[in-house]
Ligand binder design. Structure first.
Ligand SMILES: [Fe+2]
Length: 284
């Protein structure tokens, strides 16, 4: 399968999706000189090494140090590729070669790649802008639809918002953002699973014959069970249909789950208001 994702008269962007988190790995290649750089040695090092060899990659730039973006770092270094990372995220890598500075330029053949430090998702998250083009590699600072997750250690929501406002919103309106995580799919999976869990909690609460104390525990176990089911559904659709099919099915999933949740919530309220165990109310 071809990896070419974007092209203009000076460069190519290649994309490969790897690892359990569906991380996007990009290669930016100067078409005039054939020099290239790989962004995020995320996972599946065999594939990345093949890609790097085939496209003339000289070095690896890490957008940040999260585990799902660095699994292939040792193998890339062993194969002779220098790995660059910011000082703030360097400790998150098993090893590295060079430190990336803010507001600097990395030359990739005739291309000039500008570094834009955007802390918040991690303390050292870095974006890369191709000079004279609208292409921005945003790492996890920008996901499709919003800012990156700040709930992991080192993440900070006000900081990421400031980074996005001060460093990215100031870029031209036609900037084309290339994120590294397939966030719409992940967010969809988590949302589906979470809503399935809510549904289970609502449905089982009024149904449980031993009242609300037992129900709390029961609902929690159903919640986690539902998350597993949600992820299994996502994995099945992704495997057999791919991300595009998943995205098309997502409104249907969400509609079903929301509808069921609303119905279950209604019965729970009836159960609470009337003081009647749910099992006595619901038809069975
Ligand atoms: Fe991340």
């Amino acid at each position: 399968m071809g990896t070419l994702f974007h092209t203009d008269d000076r460069f190519e962007v290649h994309k490969l999706v790897v690892g359990p988190m569906d991380n996007n790995v990009y290669v930016l290649r100067c078409t005039e000189t054939g020099d290239a750089v790989l962004l995020d040695a995320a996972n599946e090092h065999d594939k990345l090494l093949d890609l790097a060899k085939g496209l003339g990659v000289r070095s690896v730039l890490e957008t940040h140090g999260h585990w799902d973006h660095i699994q292939a770092v040792p193998q890339m270094r062993d194969a002779g590729y220098d790995v660059h990372v910011t000082a703030e995220d360097a400790d998150m890598l098993p090893s590295y070669d060079q430190i990336l500075d803010d507001d600097s330029v990395i030359e990739v053949g005739r291309l000039r790649l500008h570094t834009i430090l955007t802390p918040g998702h991690t303390p050292g998250s870095m974006c890369f802008l191709v000079e004279g083009s609208p292409v921005l590699f945003s790492g996890d600072t920008l996901f499709p639809g919003g800012p990156g997750n700040t709930s992991f250690p080192g993440g900070d929501f006000p900081t990421i918002i400031r980074s996005i406002e001060d460093r990215l919103f100031t870029l031209p309106g036609e900037t084309r953002v290339l994120p590294v995580t397939v966030a719409h799919v992940l967010a969809g999976g988590v949302m589906t699973a979470g809503l399935l869990g809510l549904r289970a909690a609502f449905v089982w609460w009024p149904l449980h014959p031993f009242g609300f104390v037992m129900c709390g525990t029961w609902a929690m176990s159903m919640f986690w069970f539902s998350i597993l089911i949600g992820w299994a559904c996502k994995a099945a659709v992704m495997t057999f249909g791919g991300a595009a099919v998943y995205r098309r099915l997502l409104p249907l999933f969400l509609g079903l789950v929301l509808g069921e949740s609303a119905m279950a919530a209604f019965w729970m309220i009836v159960s609470l208001v009337t003081g009647t165990p749910g099992q006595a109310i619901l038809p069975h």
